[in-house]
Design a binder for this molecule. Structure first.
Ligand code: CU
Length: 133
């Protein structure tokens, strides 16, 4: 019984290609993200920026080749007990391999938690997010 279970698991795993950090189901797009600096949670007057590299690729593409994205923007968002808010605008730079460097991310330490949101700029809807920890 255990062997059968293992065989089923192994055969299932050969069918799934990419491992997405975040999957956008509607567009079948994977988002892969890596902090290249930080995340820094600044206290008081500190202003240490964090940096994130984000790559978008087709979820069926085993080579995980970066695709262009003009629609989604990265939005740092703070959720506090009684309010929610953003921070100063980030700077987005396309890199040579087709991924994007998100820089000048300013995160302040406060009562609550930051998340990084991926927002559709045409509808303002949040497509995906992850918690900053
Ligand atoms: Cu706050």
């Amino acid at each position: 019984m255990r062997t059968l279970f293992t065989i089923i698991l192994l055969s299932l795993s050969t069918f799934s290609f990419a491992e997405c950090d975040l999957l956008l189901e509607e567009s079948n797009t994977c988002i892969e993200y890596t902090w290249t600096d930080g995340p820094h949670l600044n206290s008081r007057a500190d202003r240490k920026f964090s940096e994130l590299v984000v790559k978008y690729f087709d979820a069926d593409d085993a080579t995980e080749t970066a695709i262009e994205n003009d629609i989604i923007k990265v939005l740092p968002w703070m959720i506090m007990p009684n309010m929610e808010h953003g921070t100063r605008p980030v700077v987005t730079t396309e890199l040579e391999d087709g991924s994007y460097l998100i820089s000048e991310i300013l995160l302040k330490k406060m009562m609550g938690h930051w998340e990084i949101r991926f927002v559709d700029t045409t509808t303002d809807s949040v497509l995906a997010s992850f918690k900053v920890q």
